[in-house]
Design a protein around this ligand. Structure first.
Ligand code: FES
Length: 186
């Protein structure tokens, strides 16, 4: 657990090269008078930590996350995906706003506070699996977002469900920008 309140994530390497290409960031609990967050690069378990409580919130420094990279952190025992979207990913999401094939219609603008940052809970809305798509080598479905291997649900670059049995888009958690590069989730 870090001494200050801000978690500095290590982003994944977009080319899956020599750097670790997939990091889980785990954040800790809130103290009564403020947020205390903790980050460990690459945690091998997604089980809730004992200090992750229902009241927790986490601060995340997004500055190290390059365009096109995606990071995973843990919040309230659940994975949260943060994608630093490219211009192409943003354009693709917006282009599908009026697509009649959307299972859970929602404009991209309603799902992001800043177009380049998508923050979503990484839990499939079908039966709760964790979709693939965070690692550069993962399948991201034909829609460029995430793919749930459990029963084949597919999500687009806005986290909206596009195929499969999942009934709803990936959840957008409550969060806010604290400044230009830091957000607080929860
Ligand atoms: S849990 Fe994701 S498709 Fe079934």
């Amino acid at each position: 657990m870090t001494a200050d309140n801000t978690a500095t994530p290590e982003p994944s390497a977009p080319d899956g090269g020599t750097r670790r290409d997939f990091l889980y960031l785990t954040a800790g609990a809130v103290a009564a008078l403020g947020t205390v967050s903790a980050v460990w690069p690459l945690i091998d378990s997604m089980n809730p930590a004992a200090d992750v409580t229902a009241l927790s919130s986490i601060d995340v420094d997004l500055e190290p996350v390059a365009v096109g990279q995606r990071i995973t952190l843990k919040w309230r025992g659940r994975p949260v995906f943060i994608a630093h979207r490219t211009e192409a990913e943003i354009a693709r999401a917006r282009a599908d706003d009026a697509n009649p094939g959307l299972i859970d219609p929602e404009p991209d603008a309603a799902r992001v506070q800043r177009p380049e940052w998508l923050v979503i809970v990484g839990v499939c809305t079908h039966l709760g699996c964790i979709p693939l798509g965070q690692r550069p080598v993962d399948p991201r479905s034909p829609f460029g977002g995430w793919f749930c291997p459990c029963h084949g649900s597919m999500y687009d670059t806005s986290g909206r469900v596009r195929r499969g049995p999942a009934p709803r888009n990936l959840e957008v958690p409550r969060y806010r920008f604290l400044d230009g590069t830091r957000i607080q989730i929860g």
